[in-house]
Design a protein around this ligand. Structure first.
Ligand code: ARG
Length: 401
């Protein structure tokens, strides 16, 4: 009996070639696993294709809800954004895919898992580290990292092995997508001076062609989790899906990021992430209302650490678990409603309310309802400014040029 390997199968050229290549090179039985994270694909024909190309078994798992509830929303609660721009769609999906592959491998008695990543990206790191954390006994096979074929050679290999070559391989772009966002690389985008051509965008209208009239939406949050849209309760996945199309229609969520990969390469990445863009800013707006200044400041530092570790493939680390517990604690009063205006490529928070709001009208107002005791400010400032005054008297003040 041959050893078995579970391959993360997308139905594309590389993973199709990988089925044949692994079977030949490693003499193993390949089980193809395709994971539905919300790309509208015909998963049954992907499954059939895997079998046709030579997998001994092929399965599809719908992981949309788990993805949104257990990976995306914890990252949203953390306000995790990599390098201030990337909303982490691919980075969040990889640990989940790895987990599902490991589970299948254990069920099937496989000795290895396999993925289609090259040796230049972050995804290989995320898969390999996640697998090592969850099931260190499993070997990881990465054909595209090992075979050393160019794109043309891979196409040639496919033709020789009667693997159907999809017409989309004519596209010069490398694309990855799931409910939380889409990434586009390669082709002309590799010149950072070149403006992304309009035809790469499929989730977002060009802001120029977007409606001239704004749309207003109200997002309801409970403990940092978005639970309703315009008063209608929705599951996480349904809410994200709906918001992707609403905000995409207004051209919201295009991101052009010259990004630092973990493997040391700077790469130019274009993203479309309408729902992520809207939800991250709405969530932060609600936190600004319900968290104290000190909580917000500390949480910002945690957000950066959290984003880095998601990006760097450390989802299953103990540190992630620790930070997640902290983030959960911060969200206990992050409930309320945020009103967002979508217009011509922009999403702006224009209103927020919460039963746990720390905003006090009678403290903030300059009207007659003002309750703030201005006479107390004087004494406060005397003590607050005391060290500056003392030091200036003794040592003077450097005015600078
Ligand atoms: N640069 C992004 C990241 O590292 C997107 C990667 C997209 N992956 C892909 N196989 N096309 O998360």
């Amino acid at each position: 009996m041959k050893d078995k390997v579970v391959l993360a199968y997308s139905g594309g050229l590389d993973t199709s070639a990988a089925i044949k290549w692994i079977a030949e090179k490693y003499d193993m039985d390949v089980i193809a696993l395709s994971i539905d994270l919300g790309m509208e694909r015909d998963y049954e024909s992907i499954r059939q294709k895997a079998l046709k190309v030579g997998a001994i078994k092929a399965a599809v798992v719908d992981a949309k809800d788990v993805f949104i509830n257990e990976y995306v929303f914890p990252a949203l609660q953390a306000d995790a954004i990599y390098e201030g721009q990337y909303t982490l769609a691919t980075a969040l999906a990889r640990p989940l895919i790895a987990k599902l592959m490991v589970e299948t491998a254990l069920q099937e008695g496989a000795t290895a898992v396999a993925h289609g990543c090259t040796g230049k990206g972050n995804d290989q790191v995320r898969f390999d580290v996640s697998t090592a954390a969850l099931a260190p006994q499993l070997k990881v096979i990465a054909p595209a990292r090992e075979w050393g074929m160019t794109r043309e050679e891979t196409i040639e290999y496919a033709k020789q092995h009667e693997i159907p070559v999809p017409v989309t391989v004519a596209s010069p772009y490398s694309i990855d997508e799931n409910l939380w966002g889409k990434s586009i690389e390669c082709g002309v985008l590799e010149d950072p001076w070149v403006e992304p051509p309009e035809d790469i965008f499929t989730w977002t209208k060009s802001p120029t062609d977007a409606p001239d009239e704004p749309s207003y939406i109200e997002i309801g949050f409970e403990r940092g989790i978005p639970t309703s849209l315009d008063g209608q309760g929705l599951s996480g996945a349904a809410l994200v899906e709906k918001l992707n199309s609403l905000a995409g229609e207004h051209g919201v969520g295009r991101i052009d990021h010259l990004e630092n990969r973990l493997v040391g390469i700077k790469s130019r990445e274009i993203y479309e992430a309408p729902a992520a863009t809207v939800l991250l800013s709405a969530h932060l707006a609600l936190e600004q209302m319900t968290l104290s200044r000190d909580q917000l400041r500390f949480k910002q530092k945690v957000a950066q650490e959290y984003a880095d570790l998601i990006y760097n493939g450390l989802w299953f680390s103990a540190l992630r678990q620790d930070l997640a517990a902290y983030v959960q604690s911060t969200q206990r009063h992050a409930s309320g409603t945020v009103r967002v205006k979508l217009l011509k490529g922009k999403s702006a928070v224009v209103g927020r309310k919460s039963p746990k709001s720390l905003y006090s009208y009678s403290l903030a107002t300059y009207d007659e309802e003002d309750q703030f005791d201005q006479s107390a400010a004087e004494g406060f400032i005397q003590i607050y400014g005391l060290p500056v005054k003392t030091q200036a008297q003794v040592q003077g003040v450097e005015e600078g040029e």
